[in-house]
Structure formats: structure tokens, C-alpha cells
Design a protein around this ligand. Structure first.
Ligand SMILES: O=C1O[C@H](COP(=O)(O)O)[C@@H](O)[C@H](O)[C@H]1O
Length: 256
């Protein structure tokens, strides 16, 4: 099977969430058949509210040995730990309240009310990623990385025309002037995203159709950052039909 980008289209966002949840659970079970531990990287926003919430409600989640699953974030807003804007906040109620992942396996990015300033926080998370990385790597080769995409084409907190897009010598960097509030954030860089075994990109809604079409048509990463993601083994765009409006027919691997 090639590593060509695949687009899987679903009738609506509920079906999209349920489909990704089912595939996620199945894939994690398969991964844990082959290895002692699975490392996943997640986003906030619709990845949490749509996909992780569907996993959290799926009876099949009971088939996963969550004690062997480690969860990392691809980005985080630089706000206090109890702030509703934290990506971790939503994911706690969507996901962690419904699966038995040991607290030691949950690796949140630092918050602004902790002891570190934003640059030290970026360095701290780099250190944590490296401690979990294979020899010579700067981060785990995430078994699945779940990415959302903003209507501007941003993914994680990698925004169009921002300097973080071209960083290759850092695993985690700060963002100080995000066009999407809140302004300060932490984000992994493309080398970390693209070291993932599988990158699954989740898009729902017509407001994302244009950037998806541009990304798949080869728009520059500077203009459409999500166009720069590539898993080592798989890169799959899971979309609903509204988001699929501008996807070239030849790129659609399956429709519902
Ligand atoms: O601000 C952010 O936005 C992106 C996209 O969110 P979505 O709700 O449109 O999917 C999200 O992936 C990222 O984690 C978050 O910090």
C-alpha cells in the first residue's frame, strides 16, 4: 500500500467522528498487538469534540488496553491550566473521563500559570518528547497523530506565513501573535508531525473546503500549512461531504 494521501468522505460530521473513532480504536488495538506501547498526538478543537468524544462514547473503547497508550499534544494555548481555552480542558471531558489512561501517560504541554515562561515551556516539552523518543530522534514516532485544520489552513498552531512553518532545528516552539485567539501558543513543528507513523487530518464543514482543496492541489505550505503534513506510513484526510466540496474526484479514496 502506498503512502499517497487518501481522502475518505463521510455524509456528515457525526458519521465522520464515528468513523474515525472506530478506525482509531481498531488501529490502536493492532499497534498494541505489535508493540508494548502506543504514542498518540492529539489536537484540540474539533479533533477533541468530534473524534475523541466519539471514542469516549464508543463501547469498543473497552477493548483497548489504555494503560499502554501515551497521549501528547501537537499544540496548546498559552493560558492558565484551568482555562476553558486550553486544549486539555475539552479533552478531559470529551475523552479522559471515559478511558482509563494512567495520569503518567498523559503529557500536557505546560500552562501559563506554571513556573515556566513560554520559551522555557517549549524547551521543557521538547525535553519530554526527546525522553520518549527512539535513539537519535527528537520525539516519539507517534503511532497516530490527529490533526485539525482551521479555515485558514492552519494545523496544530502552525499558521499561514508564520516563521514556525520553516523551523527544522526545534521540536516545539512558541507562537506570540496567533491570528486565532488566544495569541500565545506552543506548537510542535513539522519535523515532529511528519515523524508520525500515521497522520490523520480531520475536517468538517464547508468553511474548510477551500483550504482542503488547495492543500491537496499542491498549494504552498506557507499559504496552506496543512499541505505540509505527511506521515511516514499513512496520511489520511477524514472529511465530511461539506468539507470535500473542492476535493478532486481522483483523490477521493472512498465515499460513504
Ligand atoms: O486553535 C486551534 O485550531 C485547530 C483547528 O481547530 P478546529 O476546531 O477547526 O478543528 C486545532 O487543531 C488546534 O489544536 C487548536 O489549537
Amino acid at each position: 500500500m502506498t503512502n499517497e494521501r487518501r481522502v475518505l468522505v463521510h455524509p456528515d460530521k457525526q458519521a465522520l467522528g464515528a468513523s474515525v473513532a472506530a478506525r482509531f480504536i481498531t488501529k490502536i488495538i493492532d499497534v498494541l498487538d505489535e508493540q508494548e506501547r502506543a504514542d498518540i498526538a492529539i489536537s484540540g478543537g474539533s479533533v477533541s469534540s468530534l473524534v475523541l468524544a466519539a471514542i469516549g462514547q464508543s463501547p469498543a473503547r473497552e477493548s483497548v488496553d489504555w494503560s499502554k497508550v501515551h497521549v501528547w499534544w501537537v499544540d496548546e494555548r498559552w493560558v492558565p491550566s484551568d482555562d476553558a481555552d486550553r486544549n486539555t480542558t475539552g479533552t478531559q471531558t470529551d475523552f479522559f473521563d471515559h478511558v482509563d489512561i494512567p495520569a503518567a501517560n498523559i503529557h500536557p504541554m505546560p500552562a501559563s500559570d506554571g513556573p515556566l515562561d513560554i520559551e522555557a515551556a517549549a524547551t521543557q516539552y521538547e525535553r519530554e518528547l526527546q525522553e520518549a523518543a527512539p535513539e537519535g530522534a527528537v520525539a516519539p514516532r507517534f503511532d497516530i497523530t490527529l490533526l485539525g485544520v482551521g479555515p485558514d489552513g492552519h494545523t496544530a498552531s502552525l499558521f499561514p506565513e508564520f516563521p514556525q512553518l520553516t523551523v527544522t532545528d526545534r521540536a516545539v516552539v512558541s507562537v506570540d501573535d496567533s491570528p486565532k485567539p488566544p495569541p500565545q501558543r506552543l506548537t510542535v513543528t513539522f519535523p515532529v508531525v511528519n515523524a508520525s507513523q500515521r497522520v490523520w487530518v480531520i475536517l468538517s464543514g464547508a468553511e474548510k473546503a477551500s483550504v482542503l482543496g488547495l492543500a491537496l492541489a499542491g498549494a504552498s505550505v506557507d499559504d496552506v500549512p496543512v499541505g505540509g503534513v505527511q506521515g511516514r506510513k499513512r496520511t489520511v484526510f477524514f472529511v465530511d461531504q461539506d468539507a470535500a466540496r473542492d476535493v478532486p474526484e481522483n483523490l477521493i479514496a472512498s465515499t460513504y
